[in-house]
Write a protein that binds this ligand. Structure first.
Ligand SMILES: C[S@@+](CC[C@H](N)C(=O)[O-])C[C@H]1O[C@@H](n2cnc3c(N)ncnc32)[C@H](O)[C@@H]1O
Length: 224
């Protein structure tokens, strides 16, 4: 499914979100770096076409690696990185069996990826495993708008308009129908925070973005 939409993925992300997605990614970067060492090692899991990985690498604050299991997505990420003269390596790998040793990274991120994994719990455990003790995780994901009136308007757009526009432009109606369907099955803000706690993270906080359309959850691997 992701391979089929890779070519139009960035265009549709920016179009369907009114470019808000870029603002959300910059926020992830800012929040993740608070309290992390300079030249931290960061792993961006389910990196797709690399927008978050490249935002994380901007300014040379960190050494960033992107990993995804979809080659067409990775090829676009690598092309974008080379155009920006970036040196982010984009590797093929499964988020449920990351090709890295335990305790390899100061930070791990996953943006709009966790929802797609066969097991959210196992995905969280992998994000924890590859983190160094004291390392930080950032999870950016669609969530549940907080206010009832806004939720009704947004749900109309998300379930009726977005699948049609996304389907027409990408040529894959299924992928853009899958998006609202998978978001409706995904845990809400508090449930995800509890799942992160159960997976072993501590210091979990979250913030709603754009009224709760998305949420950014942060957590840490315990120091001992
Ligand atoms: C909606 S895209 C998000 C891409 C990117 N993180 C972003 O913010 O635009 C979801 C990505 O998750 C990847 N993905 C889904 N399941 C995966 C898995 N088990 N292992 C690695 N990548 C996975 C897909 O290939 C796709 O690139």
């Amino acid at each position: 499914m992701f391979g089929a939409i890779a070519g139009r993925y960035d265009l549709l992300n920016h179009l369907l979100s009114g470019n808000i997605d870029q603002r959300w990614r910059r926020l992830v970067t800012r929040k993740l770096y608070e309290g992390l060492p300079v030249k931290a090692r960061i792993l961006d899991v389910a990196c797709g076409t690399g927008d978050l990985s490249l935002a994380l690498a901007e300014g040379g604050h960190a050494e960033v690696v992107g990993v995804d299991f979809c080659r067409p997505m990775l090829e676009i990420a690598a092309l974008k990185s080379s155009k920006r003269r970036g040196d982010v390596p984009f590797l093929e790998g499964d988020a449920l069996a990351l090709p890295f040793h335990d305790s390899s990274f100061d930070g791990t991120t996953i943006a709009f990826g966790l929802r797609n994994l066969a097991s959210v719990e196992d995905g969280l455990k992998e994000l924890l495993r590859v983190l160094k003790p004291g390392g930080k995780v950032a999870v950016l994901e669609f969530s549940k708008p907080r206010w009832a009136a806004f939720r009704i308007v947004f749900n109309f757009y998300f379930t009726k308009v977005l699948p049609v526009v996304g389907g027409l432009i990408s040529g894959s109606r299924g992928a853009y129908q899958y998006l609202p369907d998978s978001v409706s099955r995904f845990p809400n803000q508090d449930e995800l925070a509890s799942m992160m706690r159960e997976a072993g993270f501590e210091e979990i906080t979250y913030q709603n973005l754009t009224g709760g359309i998305a949420a950014l959850h942060l957590g840490r691997r315990p120091r001992s």
